[in-house]
Design a protein around this ligand. Structure first.
Ligand code: MRU
Length: 351
């Protein structure tokens, strides 16, 4: 077993990110000192995964205003401009918008107009978002464990792991907790073309944690399910719409369709900051399209003719009716999702 890799750290007044583009070959940490550094790290996916993007963006927004000198009005207009700049980095994971809007709101609601005090409040809020993420994921893991059993096999897609979050991951949280409790279980990790988050990240972090992980290519999932090796499919999410439709890494919808066919429960691990009640259905979720070279040139050499047409959506939307349950830190949500997701947030507002 190896020490866990830490994807995000605030250290010596800088945001230290583990560069996820060089894994598993090279473990390299990079200091981000400016908002531009953070924007770039998000766009090229040195930091990726919805919760990690949110945490990094929160620190990034602080970095964008921390050197400003001027009056309150100029500080607030800079904060909003920097918020909009970061909002243009990646469109699908709602955690990004949730985190930067939370910082802006913190400044708007503050009972001070002293800009040094406002800067301190923004850094504190970013650190709070970071810390909360760890606790959220542990609770998601606890809730998911109640749906799983010792001795089972699980399939996951992409990386909704510790590397995508502050700690534990979301879909992987029950694996870490089950390991601590001495369960005997197997995890099948989809390779996840085209960016290979399953092989470069999920297989790596689970293997380092001593978890029994088996890597498969995406087109092997049906075979593995048909052989009775999988008792639950567990995935993360980038945005859950109000009706339960869920955007996650491209290929997730295929896993959900297969799970339905084979009668296997399909669980979405969803921190509440990833649930977006302002987006009515999956049809309104913006889906990022990335560079076509991710498809044609991923393995370090051309694997397609130079001028071939390529379509490269980074996410798909799993329709709510293929989802067995949406598992949050506050509890497990079943259909009808529209009604029950609303209730989850309403209960929260009462406390
Ligand atoms: O493009 P990525 O690597 O940022 O996509 C990541 C995913 O789709 C994850 O499953 C999702 O963000 C959840 S991470 C806890």
């Amino acid at each position: 077993m190896n020490e866990a890799l830490n994807s995000i750290e605030w250290k010596n007044d800088a945001l230290v990110l583990l560069d996820q583009t060089t894994l598993p070959n090279e473990i390299r940490y990079e200091e981000n000192h400016t908002i531009e550094d953070v924007w770039d790290s998000i766009v090229v996916m040195k930091v990726r995964g919805a919760p990690a993007i949110g945490v990094a963006a929160a620190y990034g927004l602080y970095l964008g205003v921390r050197c400003h000198e001027g009056d309150y009005e100029s500080f607030m207009s800079l904060l909003k401009a920097k918020r909009d700049y970061l909002a243009g980095s990646r469109p699908t994971a709602v955690n990004l918008f949730w985190a930067i809007d939370r910082l802006v709101q913190k400044a708007v609601d503050a009972d001070t107009k002293d800009i040094e005090m406002l800067k301190a409040l923004l850094l504190e809020e970013a650190q709070l978002i970071h810390k909360e993420d760890e606790e959220i994921n542990r609770m998601i893991g606890e809730n998911l464990l109640t749906l799983l059993e010792d001795g089972q096999g699980f399939l996951t897609h992409c990386n909704a792991g510790a590397l995508a979050t502050a700690k534990y991951g979301t879909a992987t949280a029950p694996f870490y907790l089950a390991k601590e409790r001495g369960w005997n279980f197997k995890v099948y990790a989809d390779e996840t073309r085209p960016r290979l988050q399953g092989s470069t990240l999920t297989a790596l972090e689970l293997q380092r944690a001593g978890i029994d992980v088996t890597l498969i290519t995406d087109n092997m999932a049906a075979m593995v399910m048909s052989q009775g090796k999988v008792q639950a499919a567990i995935v993360g999410c980038d945005r859950v719409a109000a009706n339960g439709d869920t955007a996650n890494k491209i290929g997730t919808m295929g896993v959900a369709i297969l799970a339905k066919h084979f009668g296997i429960p399909f669980y979405v691990a969803a921190p509440t900051p990833t649930i977006d009640l302002a987006t009515p259905t999956g049809a309104e979720i913006p889906i990022e399209e990335r560079d076509t070279e991710e498809v044609t040139n991923r393995f370090g050499q051309w694997s397609a003719p130079k001028d071939v047409q390529v379509y490269n959506p980074a996410f798909d939307v799993t329709p709510a009716d293929l989802i067995t349950a949406i598992v949050t830190e506050k509890g497990i949500v079943y259909a009808p999702f529209e009604e029950n997701l609303k209730k989850l947030f309403a209960e929260d507002a009462q406390h």
